[in-house]
Design a binder for this molecule. Structure first.
Ligand code: GLN
Length: 190
């Protein structure tokens, strides 16, 4: 059973991806909703709004404890901002879990949304379609943070142990490979 933070943003699309993989999922809005989950996805949307909700619900510490148990967390776009240790543009509090620096809306206004395709060795053929929507940019990688997908020499999907983050929206394509990778990890660790 995989949880998808269901406050705001793209949670329904993530659940559809999990459905397509035959994986059961549940929306998470309270601390109790975390019970029995093998992993959780933090979707894209508006990180400031999600942060407020997480704080009000006591989910900040609950998610930190979830991670401390080694359970996988996958943050996409705004979800990646929630996971990152350092957030800029503007600065904002976070779960402070994944050792990266991240700049919100880092592609700027002129090119704030775009779609591209690149080969991803860890996923094999065909190339992966990447959808960026007012996406953040990863500005710093801590020791032990591994790059899974790189675009123009910059990391756009990374992993540190049980933590995964993508600055794009894997749930907005037909390609379930990244979700499958995450679910496999949840099966091992969750
Ligand atoms: N710009 C948003 C933020 O700062 C993230 C955008 C997204 O998740 N597509 O939270």
């Amino acid at each position: 059973m995989i949880g998808v933070l269901g406050i705001q943003g793209n949670f329904a699309a993530h659940r559809k991806m999990l459905d397509r993989l035959g994986v059961a999922s549940r929306e998470v809005r309270t601390v109790g909703d975390l019970d029995g989950l093998s992993g959780i996805i933090l979707p894209g949307g508006e990180s400031t709004t999600m942060l407020k909700f997480l704080k009000n619900e006591g989910l900040m510490d609950a998610l930190r404890a979830f991670s401390a148990e080694g359970k996988p967390i996958f943050g996409t776009c705004a979800g990646a901002i929630l996971l990152a240790k350092d957030v800029t543009g503007p600065a904002q509090e976070s779960l402070d879990l994944l050792d990266i620096g991240i700049q919100r809306n880092g592609y700027g206004r002129q090119v704030d949304s775009f779609i591209t395709e690149i080969p991803v060795p860890v996923l094999g053929e065909p190339p992966l379609e990447l959808v960026f929507i007012r996406a953040p940019v990863i500005t710093r990688l801590g020791d032990g943070v591994e790059t899974l997908v790189e675009l123009d020499g910059k990391p756009v999907c990374v992993r540190q142990g049980n933590l995964f983050a993508a600055t794009f929206h894997p749930e907005m394509t037909d390609d379930t490979r990244l979700h499958a990778l995450f679910v496999k990890e949840a099966e091992h660790r969750g």
